[in-house]
Design a protein around this ligand. Structure first.
Ligand code: AR6
Length: 231
């Protein structure tokens, strides 16, 4: 799989901006005729320490459920490195289930620079948020709030002050945000997943029955939020 993947990359492609095989070059040109794209990170699998096997099952299951509702829209799972375990697991499981690679694929890159560095225009991006919807912390949350500037913080607080695990909130991004002007992002969807890290709030103490349920709900809310924007 890795070999096939590497061979499919066109010459000159760098670590940033490499796309899963099967999609070709048609959706890399940033053209709006390609339909709207939601780029999302793997919720809960880094700082929140959720099991990668279980998370990848849930991502593929929830993506599969959404396929028929997408129309010409697409879903893209993003992570920072080519070695990402979650991307490999999801690619393999999505292929096993014959999920249409034109409608769902993986992409290596920084979710805040997908267009400028990867040539992939995603009008909607998801954030793995914290329950207070604060800019701080690390991971993708800090990256998105930093790249979007204060406009996102203000717009977020207009929509919600807090989030419960397993839910998502859609935030229209003001045109003044650099993420809008440079990357073409129109909406950020904050998603709060289950937390398995004892050093973070609401730790589930290894309860994966509850954890899987919460992660399923989180992806359902995320994809419903995206569909509510594009439909
Ligand atoms: N672009 C794309 N993917 C990224 C980026 C980026 N810039 N940064 C991280 N990832 P995490 P969680 C990937 O830890 O586990 C925060 O502090 C990363 O490799 O961001 O849900 C919040 O404030 C991983 O695959 O989210 C919360 O408190 C995925 O994004 C807490 O972390 C999610 O990793 C949430 O933890």
């Amino acid at each position: 799989k890795e070999t096939a993947s590497s061979l499919s990359h066109t010459a000159g492609e760098e670590v940033r901006g490499c796309q899963d095989p099967g999609v070709g070059s048609t959706s890399r040109n940033g053209s709006s005729s390609d339909g709207p794209i939601l780029a999302f990170p793997s919720i809960s699998t880094a700082d929140f320490q959720f099991d990668h096997e279980k998370a990848s099952d849930i991502i593929v299951e929830k993506v599969e459920e959404s396929m028929d509702k997408l129309g010409n829209a697409k879903l893209v799972l993003v992570d920072l490195t080519r070695g990402s375990k979650i991307l490999s697991l999801v690619r393999a499981k999505a292929a096993q289930k014959n999920i249409n690679p034109k409608k769902f694929f993986t992409f290596v890159g920084d979710i805040t620079k997908l267009y400028s560095e990867g040539g992939l225009r995603c009008t909607v991006i998801a954030n793995a948020a914290n329950w207070r919807l604060n800019p701080g912390g690390g991971g993708v949350n800090a990256a998105i709030f930093n790249a979007a500037g204060p406009a996102l913080e203000v717009a977020t607080k207009e929509q919600a002050k807090t989030l419960v695990p397993g839910s998502a909130v859609v935030v229209p991004l003001p045109a003044t945000s650099p993420l809008s002007s440079k990357e073409g992002v129109t909406h950020v969807i904050h998603v709060l997943g289950p937390n398995m890290n004892p050093h973070r709030p609401n730790c589930l103490d290894g309860d994966y029955v509850k954890g899987c349920h919460v992660l399923q709900k989180a992806y359902t809310s995320l994809f419903e939020g995206f569909l509510s924007i594009v439909s």
